[in-house]
Design a protein around this ligand. Structure first.
Ligand code: M6R
Length: 608
């Protein structure tokens, strides 16, 4: 995720900014930049790659004089990693400099508007519209320009802003993207995350949504979106550096699980316009969508499981036949690909060797390819004919959670669009599906708030030897992901089975007390899975059921029940996976495993 640092005070700003940015390196980034007011004008320096490059370029900041500045580490979203896309961004006179975290959802509309007013854009970023909008609204009063800008932009933002005409001041604003202000004896700071300021202060203010802060070397003031001054209490931070990097969470995996509601919003919201799915970014005509004969989804690990869910969704909703393949199998099995087939490669990193090779194989055979990718500018994103980004931000824990959730959202959006264009969905159905999608973030928040109950349950199973996950249809796909989460971070052997398949062999493994997690989110299949649960409990299994609120029938068959809120049958994976992620996390924690870096595993598998 991008990082922001700002400083104003009596010391030279650039070294402080570089030091603060170095404390945010763990968040992932691909370029960095600084803007410092040197007493005459705002100086800018940017570099692609590691922060070290920027440090060398500026002699550790020495070549940038001045006591007020902003710095940024960028993790590419809109536009590939490059110097021109790196922050800070300027207005046309280079008198306003902006750093930004978040996503401006209506940036294309604003860009068109500003271009109509004669503004020229030098980057592909969404951020640049903020610099030009501020310029457009600035008539001598920065607060007025900032509040007018806030009324125009949609999406999420944390912003650090310098106005050359107000050299003794630093401006900070946020909405749905974190930003803090720190008070120190030698000056004041802003940062997107606590670790960046800990060396200078432990006294911080958390800026709330749609609040503005103005910092001078001595003072800090806060305003609301109407430009009225407000009072805020500071908080004393007592976390150590390690805890601070994780935002106070014990592990990155837990932090990333808690980021899922925002990830879902970020992947979803920019692509829904007036109750329609807008995926113009793919450049796919309705004719092309109508001509698709078959979809092949190819991926590895959790991305494969997300693809497995998509099979049910695409086939059920859009009536397009779907094959799902493990990339390591697809690339060597001489797959049958026809002219009007579409190959979808799903990958968080965009660098997984097998997925990349599968993509190349499909392209060599002249088939259209589409990547669902999280890392902007990664190999799969660059090489696929079309790319749909998941806006999950960098994921640090080896076990994926938020990127998987974002992949599901991208798939739902594609399925709805395809179904609509192919005449498989009415306007009313589309509207109702989109309403359900909009509810997911809050429903996920609700499930996450239930963590104590799951922790309590998980603690009973830290010495389990084998765990089974079962379900039918989409519930089988959820089971596969639930099972992988458990085994990869807790080292407990676990398997996922289609519930109807148990009696063809696997049920012989059930002993007194064996834990089976059964997923039942598909109403049409409740009765069938309940019969399977009864077969299991009568052989001694202890059954944990994850099911929809209202399916109380389950209580007669299962030993322990976790209810998920009601949603459309195609979207249940987004909810049912949350308790399963939490379960794995707490089993791993209880066993004392290395949750974020499980043994033998790497985050990005760039070898075959
Ligand atoms: O970066 P990718 O999505 O291509 O990675 C694919 C798998 O390696 C990945 O999902 C892996 O299975 C995760 N560790 C699962 O948590």
């Amino acid at each position: 995720m991008c990082g922001i640092v700002g400083y104003i005070g009596v010391s030279q700003a650039a070294p402080i900014l570089l030091d603060g940015l170095s404390k945010l390196e763990y968040r992932g980034y691909d370029s960095a930049g600084l803007a410092v007011y040197d007493g005459d004008k705002i100086q800018l320096q940017k570099a692609t790659g590691r922060l070290k490059v920027l440090s060398e370029l500026t002699h550790d900041g020495a070549t940038m004089p001045g006591v007020a500045g902003i710095g940024h580490t960028r993790w590419a979203t809109h536009g590939a990693p490059s110097n021109s896309n790196a922050h800070p961004h300027f207005n046309r006179e280079e008198t306003i400099a902006v750093v930004h975290n978040g996503i401006i959802e209506n940036y294309l509309k604003l860009k068109k508007y500003l271009e109509g007013k004669g503004y020229q854009f030098t980057s592909d970023t969404d951020t640049e519209v903020v610099a030009h909008l501020l310029d457009y609204y600035y008539k001598g009063d920065p607060i007025e320009a900032i509040t007018r800008m806030m009324h125009r932009v949609e999406g999420s933002y944390a912003l650090g802003i310098l106005f050359q005409a107000h050299p003794g001041l630093l401006y900070a604003v946020r909405k749905d993207s974190p930003l803090i202000v720190g008070r120190s004896k030698d000056g004041n700071l802003i940062a997107s995350d606590v670790p960046a300021v800990l060396k200078y202060t432990r006294n911080v203010y958390f800026i709330e949504n749609e609040e503005i802060s103005i910092l001078s070397g001595e003072d800090i003031c806060f305003y609301n979106v109407d430009g009225e001054e407000i009072q805020k209490e500071s908080t004393a931070i007592d976390w150590d550096m390690n805890a601070a990097e994780k935002g106070g969470y014990e592990h990155f995996m837990l932090k990333e699980m808690y980021e899922q509601p925002q990830t879902v919003r970020d992947t979803l919201n920019p692509r829904i316009k007036e109750y329609n799915v807008d995926i113009e970014e793919l450049g796919m005509t309705d004719e092309e969508i109508r001509s698709i004969q078959k979809i092949h989804i190819v991926a590895c690990g959790s991305a494969y499981h997300a693809g497995f869910t998509a099979k049910y969704v695409f086939e059920g909703m859009a009536r397009i036949p779907v094959d799902v393949d493990l990339a390591s199998e697809f690339r060597y099995r001489n797959p049958i690909l026809q002219e009007h087939d579409l190959v979808i490669i799903i990958s968080q990193s965009g660098e997984t060797a097998d997925s990349l090779a599968a993509l190349r194989e499909a392209k060599n055979r002249g088939v259209q390819t589409l990547g669902i990718v999280n890392v902007v500018g990664s190999s799969i994103a660059r090489e696929a004919d079309r790319v749909m980004y998941t806006w999950a931000g960098p994921e640090i824990a080896v076990a994926t959670t938020k990127a998987y959730s974002a992949q599901l959202i991208a798939e739902y959006l594609l399925a709805i669009k395809f179904a609509q264009v192919r005449g498989e969905l009415t306007k009313e159905e589309t509207t109702s599906y989109l309403k359900d999608l909009h509810k997911l973030p809050e429903q996920i928040e609700m499930l996450l708030s239930n963590k104590e109950k799951i922790q309590h349950f998980a603690n009973r199973y830290i010495s389990a030897k084998d765990v089974f996950f079962v379900g039918r249809g989409i519930d089988y796909a959820i089971s596969m992901e639930g099972s992988l989460k458990l085994k990869e971070i807790s080292y407990i052997h676990s398997e996922a089975y289609a519930a109807g398949e148990l009696k063809h062999g696997t049920i012989s493994l059930i002993e007194e007390g064996t834990l089976v997690a059964a997923v039942l989110t598909q109403e049409a299949l409740y009765k069938k899975t309940i019969s399977n649960i009864v077969e299991l409990t009568s052989r001694g299994a202890f059954v944990l059921a994850v099911t929809n609120t209202g399916n109380t029938e389950i209580e007669k068959a299962a030993d322990y029940v976790i209810y998920i809120p009601q949603t459309n049958r195609w979207f249940t994976n987004s909810l049912a996976i949350i308790p399963l992620q939490l379960f794995s996390y707490y089993v791993s924690l209880g066993k004392g495993c290395d949750v974020d870096k499980p043994r033998n595993l790497a985050k990005s598998v760039t070898v075959e």
